[in-house]
Design a protein around this ligand. Structure first.
Ligand SMILES: [Zn+2]
Length: 202
């Protein structure tokens, strides 16, 4: 038997064990010694699906390719698999179980990241810690800006504002102008907070 893989038999039948060994027998270069048709003829079975039949009676574990994470040896399904795996020997292989674990870890990492983002948003934009803007204290310019914003992006009950890019009508003649308006309203609200509710805002 070659040293490219170890066979683990799933049968006690000496005839089937001999068939499996014949199927997997390789020379020094790792090439198969017997033809599928010859094996089928020798054992009196069909050559169609012979690989599948052998797979049911023995496992061929590679002695050259191992999972880079847990070290489990690669399991050859059949001759074709063996040949293509040997052609990609330098390729890093990770077994199904380790891939699944990696996927789960990624999902958990992603969820944790999303949750921490949501937490930051909740804390930063919590309405309870915000001062109410006194409408009387707004300049005419800011009052017009606020009205435009409310008409364009405010929900029906004015309970919340939708993102400006989802508004049916453009909120401002240009995106630069929209940015200027939002900046103005933002600084206006900051001044209210800084003045702890003082009406002297502009
Ligand atoms: Zn693994």
């Amino acid at each position: 038997m070659s040293n490219h893989f170890d066979l683990e038999f799933l049968t006690d039948d000496p005839n089937l064990m001999k068939l499996c060994m014949e199927y997997w027998k390789t020379n020094e270069d790792g090439e198969f010694v017997s033809k599928i048709t010859d094996i089928a003829k020798e054992f009196g079975i069909s050559s169609v699906g012979l690989g599948k039949f052998v797979e049911g009676h023995c496992n061929a574990y590679s002695t050259e390719i191992f999972c880079k994470t847990c070290g489990t040896p690669y399991f050859y399904v059949n001759r074709t698999d063996y040949q293509s795996a040997r052609n990609h020997q330098n390729k890093i292989w990770v077994c199904e179980e380790c891939q699944e674990l990696e996927r789960q870890e990624q999902t958990i990492k992603q969820q944790t990241l999303e949750e921490s983002k949501r937490k930051i948003i909740r804390e930063k934009f919590d309405l309870k810690i915000r001062q109410t803007i006194q409408v009387d204290s707004l300049t005419l310019e800011n009052a017009v800006y606020l009205l435009s914003l409310a008409r364009s992006c405010g929900s029906e009950d004015f309970g919340h504002a939708k993102p400006i890019w989802t508004a049916a009508e453009p909120f401002a003649p240009s995106s630069n102008f929209a940015f200027k308006v939002l900046k103005n309203l933002g600084s206006c609200s900051e001044r209210v907070t800084a003045n702890e509710g003082s009406n002297e805002v502009g």
